[in-house]
Design a protein around this ligand. Structure first.
Ligand code: IPM
Ligand code: MG
Length: 358
């Protein structure tokens, strides 16, 4: 069976890291007798330059006809004009919404080889293993109105956070199911002391929690969570959060692992199709210089193999290869340590392939 993979390298370091991810996939394809048909399409700034929009209908079709989507990153300063109605980010928001990918899984594990490259103390990081389940197709990202206008007091702007009970319930179910397969603990993040959407979020979460009495459940306010996440990260297993809270907390959580360049993510909907992407951005400051860390993109292919294609062994092989390279002391600049062997994006990719072939 051939798996159709839609590939959106995107902008900035996107094409560099996706290049290495696809090379790793080729090795896995051979080694495990799998078959992938990769189709490339444009998304983000590169699509704006070529077609005037961040995501064309035909690019969207490529994604819709695929079994999984692999994405690099989108955006960059050249498309940052605040007055422009076309923005690179519309591509990723469009893909998430159009493919119905409402649950974004962002696992954070601290590799013992990298425990010293974090800015946090090793004793805080030892044994950290958590997953943030971020709601991905609702909240302020899609709420309307979202606009600037002129009012009596001059310039005004409004954004809207909107959730339906169904959107909250399905996210909570995904989170509880995941917690059941892990350490059976779920932390739901909200701002129920201020926001109406959060109060409904909490109410619905409690209703769903009744179906999962085997899972230990807690509510934590988002401001408090941002503190606990770096004070006692080991205590968390699955963390469920609405779209923007999840966005912010996962950047923070990436610092537990040591770098944004290490964290993969999976965006899932009702079916098997998922979108897999590193959580990092396009890093325009280092783009085109062979300095990016390809590990988050490579690890995203592992999530794809596991979650969309049920290839657990192949997924683990990739994760083990990454771990082995880190164990040998190789580091890209973002995770460099004084005595490490500093390598670029391409060399890091090659080292992972070398381990994958062993
Ligand atoms: C992420 C990114 C995106 C988001 C941007 C690029 C639209 O920060 O995937 O975390 O905010 O969702
Ligand atoms: Mg983000």
């Amino acid at each position: 069976m051939t798996h159709k993979v839609a590939v959106f390298a995107g902008d900035g370091i996107g094409s560099e890291v996706i290049g290495e991810a696809l090379e790793a996939l080729k090795v896995v394809e051979k080694r495990f007798g799998l078959s992938f048909a990769c189709e490339r399409a444009l998304a983000g700034g590169c699509s704006i330059d070529a077609h005037g929009v961040a995501l064309t209908d035909s690019a969207l079709r490529v994604a819709k006809e695929s079994d999984a989507v692999l994405l690099g990153a989108v955006g960059g300063p050249q498309w940052d004009d605040p007055k422009s109605s076309v923005r690179p980010e519309q591509a990723i928001l469009g893909l998430r919404k159009e493919l119905g990918l409402f649950a974004n899984l962002r696992p954070v594990q601290v590799s013992r080889h990298l425990i010293n490259s974090s800015t946090l103390k090793p004793e805080v990081l030892e044994g950290v293993d958590l997953v943030v389940v971020r709601e991905l197709t609702g909240g302020v990202y899609y709420g309307r109105p979202s606009e600037r206008r002129t009012g009596a007091a001059g310039r005004e702007a409004v954004d809207t956070i909107f959730y339906t009970e169904g959107e909250v319930a399905r996210l909570m179910r995904t989170s509880f199911e995941l917690a059941r397969k892990r350490r059976k603990k779920l932390t739901s993040v909200d701002k129920a002391n201020i926001m109406a959407t959060s109060r409904m979020w909490r109410e619905v979460a409690h209703e769903v929690a009744k179906e999962y009495s085997d899972v230990q459940y807690e509510d934590v306010l988002v401001d408090s969570m941002s503190m606990h996440l770096i004070r006692r990260p080991r205590d968390f297993d699955v963390i469920a959060a609405e779209n923007m809270f999840g966005d912010i907390l996962t950047d923070e959580a990436s610092m537990l692992a040591g770098s944004m360049g290490l964290l993969p993510s999976a965006s899932l909907g009702e079916g098997k199709r998922g979108l897999y992407e590193p959580i990092h951005g396009t890093a325009p400051d280092i783009a085109g210089q062979d300095k990016a860390n390809p590990l988050a993109a490579i690890l995203s292919t592992a999530l794809m193999l596991r979650l969309s294609f049920d290839q657990e062994q192949a997924a683990q092989t990739i994760e083990n290869a990454v771990d082995a390279v880190l164990a040998s002391g190789y580091r890209t600049a973002d995770i460099a340590q004084p005595e490490c062997r500093l390598v670029g994006c391409k060399e890091m990719g090659r080292l992972v392939r070398e381990k994958l072939q062993q």
